[in-house]
Structures are given as structure tokens and as C-alpha cells.
Design a protein around this ligand. Structure first.
Ligand SMILES: C[S@@+](CC[C@H](N)C(=O)[O-])C[C@H]1O[C@@H](n2cnc3c(N)ncnc32)[C@H](O)[C@@H]1O
Length: 247
């Protein structure tokens, strides 16, 4: 028999009402009605419960912080593959520190991370990540074995097409990638070339056909990352070994 909360969520168009009802109940401290009322406004579930599952781990999520998406897991797992045990990594645009936390747990990686939003940096620190308020590579020194980034990559003109809840609750800072969506991705490529050791990996989330269009001078072995359903979700590329200088 469907319980009342599940039925309410279902009526309001939530696609996983049983799971959401269970999470809301688990997060409730005698204030279930208040939590449900917030959810019915479209506020992200993780902001209400304070946590989300990512790559099989529980991450703390503070209100206002970008909630890591399931499709980013395929990007995180590629970064795990590319990270030597105990290696050094940089996670740009870290948000909650999701990717950095996975690399620390899976590879004992020594991670640093940056984000422009102080709320995100505070949240990433709660998740154990050495995060700093900074613009991409500002204040960061290489060399790194792996640079990861989920930069904002939505073309500015497409921002109004995002889901209503995204548009209502989340900040354009997490999404707006400029005219073609690639402004920050280009800066990430350029900076990664400077801070990666030769042979190190850049692992970047992108959308749609962006993995095919982004120029990757200074990188070799460029591969598209696909999710479980085969959809392109980003790319990985290897920093070229500099050719020996002539004497
Ligand atoms: C799409 S979210 C990704 C967050 C996290 N990596 C994840 O996958 O859950 C993009 C993040 O980039 C941050 N950001 C935007 N512009 C930035 C910049 N110039 N330098 C550093 N971080 C930036 C935003 O604050 C936001 O947290």
C-alpha cells in the first residue's frame, strides 16, 4: 500500500517518490512536515537532507552548494583510473569536493581544490578536501598527476532551458560557461598544460558535442568519456612529454 507521503510526492511529479520519502524521513528530527514543504517547492533534496551518495560514498552537502550529479561519477571513475596511488591531484571548480574526496579515498591521493564560491569551499572542507577560494589555478602550484574539472559548461543562451528547479535554486556561477559554454574549459586546458607533469592526465566533464570541439593543444591520447548509457560526458587527455631541446 502506498503511504501518504509517497502519494503526495507522486502527485507532485517526483520521479522517485519512495526513495525520496525514505530520505526525508531519515533526515527528519521531528520536523518532517517542514522538510516535505521545502521539497515541494523544488528545493534540491540534498540541501534538505544534508547529504548525497556519490561513487558509493556519502558526501555532506550544504544548502547553496552544487549537488554532484550521477553522470559525473563516470568522470570521477576515469580520474581514479588515471591517478597513481598516493599521487597529487588538483580538482578545479570542486563544489562539494565530490571528485577530490573520491580520489582521496580510492587512491590515497593528495588533493588540492579550488572554487570561487566560499560556500562550496566550506562544504568541500567538511568533506575533508583541502579546498581554497580561488579562480581556477590561482595560487596553485604543480606538478600534478591528474587535474580534474567540472567547470560550468552551459552556453549562456541555454541557461533558461535548464530545469525549473535548477534555475530557481542554483546559481548561474555553477553553470554559465559563456557564449559557447567553453570559456572556462579553455582556461582549464591552458592551465592544466602548465601544472600537469608530462604524462599526467586532464579529466574534464563537458556536455553534448563539446568533447569533439574543444581544442587540446599540448595533449595527446584524447578520449571521450561516456556514461553507462554510452552518452558523452567529458574527455580525458594526456599532457605531452616535451620534445628534447636542441643543444
Ligand atoms: C558544475 S559545478 C561542479 C561542482 C563539483 N565539481 C561537482 O561535480 O559536484 C561548477 C562549480 O564551479 C565553480 N566555479 C565557477 N566558476 C569558477 C572559477 N572561475 N573558478 C573556480 N570555481 C568556479 C562554481 O562555484 C561551482 O561550484
Amino acid at each position: 500500500m502506498t503511504d501518504e507521503l509517497v502519494a503526495l510526492l507522486m502527485r507532485n511529479g517526483f520521479v522517485a517518490p519512495e526513495e525520496e520519502a525514505a530520505e526525508l524521513r531519515a533526515a527528519s528530527r521531528g520536523n518532517l512536515d517542514e522538510l516535505v514543504a521545502r521539497r515541494l517547492t523544488g528545493e534540491p533534496l540534498a540541501w534538505i537532507t544534508g547529504s548525497v551518495e556519490f561513487c558509493g560514498r556519502t558526501l555532506r552537502i550544504a544548502p547553496g552548494v552544487y549537488v554532484p550529479r550521477w553522470h559525473t561519477e563516470s568522470v570521477a571513475w576515469r580520474a581514479v583510473e588515471r591517478m597513481p596511488r598516493g599521487g597529487r591531484g588538483l580538482d578545479l571548480c570542486t563544489g562539494s569536493g565530490a571528485i577530490a574526496a573520491v580520489l582521496m579515498a580510492e587512491r590515497d591521493a593528495r588533493m588540492v581544490a579550488t572554487d570561487l564560491d566560499p560556500k562550496c569551499v566550506a562544504c568541500a572542507r567538511v568533506n575533508g578536501v583541502d579546498a581554497h577560494v580561488a579562480d581556477l589555478f590561482e595560487g596553485v602550484e604543480g606538478p600534478f598527476d591528474v587535474v580534474t574539472a567540472v567547470v560550468p559548461y552551459v552556453p549562456t543562451a541555454d541557461l533558461p532551458l535548464l530545469q525549473r528547479d535548477t534555475f530557481t535554486f542554483e546559481t548561474p556561477l555553477a553553470y554559465d560557461g559563456g557564449a559557447d559554454g567553453l570559456d572556462l574549459a579553455r582556461r582549464a586546458v591552458e592551465g592544466a598544460r602548465r601544472v600537469l607533469r608530462p604524462g599526467g592526465a586532464l579529466v574534464l566533464e563537458l556536455g553534448g558535442r563539446q568533447p569533439e570541439t574543444l581544442a587540446l593543444d599540448g595533449f595527446t591520447d584524447i578520449r571521450t568519456i561516456r556514461d553507462e548509457e554510452g552518452d558523452p560526458r567529458g574527455l580525458e587527455a594526456t599532457a605531452s612529454t616535451p620534445s628534447p631541446t636542441r643543444q
